[in-house]
Design a protein around this ligand. Structure first.
Ligand code: F6P
Length: 320
């Protein structure tokens, strides 16, 4: 193993920089040369990279975002794009490519793995936590904590004004963030894209909670849940409550990574290089029950991570 490359891809996640640092420093210790392709798969397609060494990743462990920058790259969904990326790997004699990203980035990595001899390793990093095979992704814990601290503030004003708040968190397709955030802020209702919600039931819940003496309610909804605006109107009309909708948006994607996100980045980063050193190919690094392990890239992209419905039920039981 002489030369490896790193790419950060798709939506950024706090802890990506800590992962870059861990990879570069582990590789450096083994005398491996490291390139960082810039702007995600676009840099791979257009052969734009920077050389990375132990010093070039100093002072970044605590920074959100990614020093390599990132894009969503539709070109990698085309045959030509994949071939160009494979060509870049060949031209630069890259033995191993480490892709730091989420579900979509790994699908791109899988397509690329079929066209290249270079070993590809996925390091799960996304605030969505939607990568199959790993309990957690880099950045998820940070986004959860960012959303929690914002919603705690919203609760203050919700209580004093006796209002209902619908708070939209990120997650266009999956509800892992909404579920964890909803449970940990004590939301009265949690809406996820995986399950259709019933507006009448939500209104009933609110009426009942008022009868029980609750003065306010928080509904946490994932971005991918359709009709939150309409829901706000319906709650207003049916219950007579004052309702506000707050969209938290991209604040959830930035900020200093939490200890947990940094820890995962350090462990995943080292494991990615060690996996390449054992000449394994096309793997994804994962945490399963507090153990760092690997599974095949193919397995990851062919499966959907299941949402823990038991957690949703627990949130319901605790929000009485
Ligand atoms: O993949 C992470 C994520 O933040 C999703 O939760 C969200 O739906 C999406 O990215 C937003 O993407 P963009 O920043 O490209 O608008």
């Amino acid at each position: 193993l002489k030369r490896i490359a790193i790419v950060t891809s798709g939506g950024d996640a706090p802890g990506m920089n800590a992962a870059i640092r861990a990879i570069v420093r582990t590789a450096h210790a083994h005398g491996i040369k490291i390139l960082g392709f810039i702007r995600g798969y676009e840099g791979l397609i257009s052969n734009q990279f920077v050389k990375l060494d132990a010093r070039s990743v100093g002072g970044i462990i605590h920074l959100g975002g990614t020093i390599l920058r990132t894009v969503r790259c539709p070109k990698l969904r085309t045959r030509k794009g994949v071939e160009q990326a494979a060509e870049t790997l060949k031209k630069n004699k890259i033995d191993g490519l480490i892709v730091i990203g989420g579900d979509g980035s790994f699908r791109g990595a899988y397509a690329l793995s079929k066209k290249t001899e270079t070993a590809i390793i996925g390091v799960p990093a996304t605030i969505d936590n939607d990568v199959y095979g790993t309990d957690e992704t880099i950045g998820f814990d940070t986004a959860v904590n960012t959303a929690i601290s914002e919603i705690d503030k919203i609760r203050d004003t919700a209580v004093s004004h006796e209002r209902v708040f619908i708070v939209e968190v990120m997650g266009r397709k999956r509800g892992f963030l909404a579920l964890t955030v909803g449970l940990t802020v004590g939301a009265e209702n949690i809406l996820v894209p995986e399950l259709k919600f019933n507006p009448e039931e939500i209104c009933d819940d609110i009426v009942k909670s008022i009868q029980k003496g609750k003065r306010s309610s928080i509904i946490v909804a994932a971005e991918g849940v359709k009709g939150t605006r309409k829901l706000a109107k319906q709650i207003r009309k049916t219950t007579g409550c004052d309702v506000r909708l707050t969209v938290l948006g991209h604040v959830q994607r930035g900020g200093h990574p939490t200890a947990r996100s940094r820890m995962l980045a350090c462990l995943f980063g080292e494991k990615a290089v060690n996996t390449l050193l054992t000449e394994e190919k096309n793997k994804v690094i994962a945490m399963q029950g507090n153990k760092i392990t690997t599974l095949s890239l193919k397995e990851t992209v062919k499966h959907q991570k299941p949402l823990d419905i038991e957690l949703l039920k627990l949130a319901e039981r605790l929000a009485v």
